[in-house]
Design a binder for this molecule. Sequence first.
Ligand code: ADP
Ligand code: MG
Length: 238
Amino acid sequence: MGRITLDKVTKSFGEVNVIPPLDLTINDGEFVVFVGPSGCGKSTLLRLIAGLEDVTSGQIRIDGEDATDMPPAKRGLAMVFQSYALYPHMSVRKNIAFPMKMAGMPQDEQNRRIEAAAKSLNLTDYLDRRPGQLSGGQRQRVAIGRAIVREPSAFLFDEPLSNLDAALRVNMRLEISELHNALKTTMIYVTHDQVEAMTMADKIVVLRAGNIEQVGSPLELYKTPRNEFVAGFIGSPK
Ligand code: ADP
Ligand code: MG
């Protein structure tokens, strides 16, 4: 579960082509990081995978199934946004429960999943608080908790740490890596931060103007960048 393939996927907004034909395979359980400068199409690519945008052409497959025209809720993926998108008037428990409630899941199963997510994210003591009573890092954990309880086949993160201060960012980076080790679920993680890419990824996808410049492990990209752009972005001495 969690294998995603893009076959000649393109995306245009009106006349403007943002993603030229792009092929990509994300393997089951992989931690894949999309990096590239602002405006290069990272969020668009993630939103295409999530189904929040329609592809202009090409095919997206999830676990062997054609998902190109599948609505987001059917894809079995969970997106974690940079802005957290929490409901301020609801408790942490209710925020985490929300997607399960919408899916009509039995209450005892909802409770079981909330307790498990809260435990793995150190939120057990905060379940009755509201988002406004939490720190930035705790809010980010709630957003992740809300994704975990859906037991998705892949997590999609769009610059989840960019609102946090530097120290907290390092902390959350480690927590997300630990979560990946524990769950072994596919994660696609968008960032413009080289350090995040180099320390978290199994596989880095370097994007420039919607094109894939290079795909490889952090070590491969560091040792054998294909061009100056990749070298510059990854920080290798070339
Ligand atoms: P990134 O996440 O890498 O910063 P985006 O995927 O947000 O880049 O944007 C890629 C390009 O697509 C940008 O030029 C942006 O202006 C354009 N774009 C993104 N969404 C839309 C939209 N809904 N309508 C028109 N242009 C868009
Ligand atoms: Mg973006």
